[in-house]
Design a protein. Structure first.
Length: 138
């Protein structure tokens, strides 16, 4: 079995975000870092080479395998901003109906720019994700 590549690193988040070439994506990423920190109460941490995560918890797969993971985070990809929220569909769907322009994949949401979504809804999603993770890990 291959080793997980997305693990916490000692890289500096600010240094990573300053390397983003696209001006809107860079500004949005800097704003997301502040927003996620405010709502999670956690400092940003690099996970692998390109994901900014907030917090850490032990995630258990149905198979019994476990790993360290972050409850919320984002990654400024070339095509879109990837938003990572640990909410199951039952909790996620009501937010998505009000969020604004986005695409959904299995483990993340894709948005082109922050202006496309309702920031208040994103903040609620972050808080809800953090609260659910904390409740499950008590």
């Amino acid at each position: 079995m291959s080793e997980l590549q997305t693990i916490p690193t000692n890289a500096f988040v600010e240094d990573f975000l300053q390397t983003i070439e696209h001006p809107v994506r860079k500004a949005d990423s800097l704003n997301l870092a502040k927003l996620f920190e405010e709502e999670s109460g956690e400092k940003p941490m690099m996970w692998g080479p390109s994901i900014v995560g907030f917090g850490m918890f032990r995630y258990y797969y149905p198979s019994g395998k476990e790993m360290q993971w972050f409850p919320v985070g984002f990654s400024p990809r070339k095509q879109a901003l990837s938003i990572y929220i640990m909410l199951e569909n039952i909790h996620l769907q009501p937010f998505l109906e009000k969020l604004g322009k986005h695409k959904k994949a299995k483990g993340c949401l894709y948005i082109n720019k922050l202006a496309d979504i309702d920031e208040t809804i994103l903040r609620e999603m972050i808080r809800t994700s953090i609260n659910l993770i904390q409740t499950k890990n008590q």
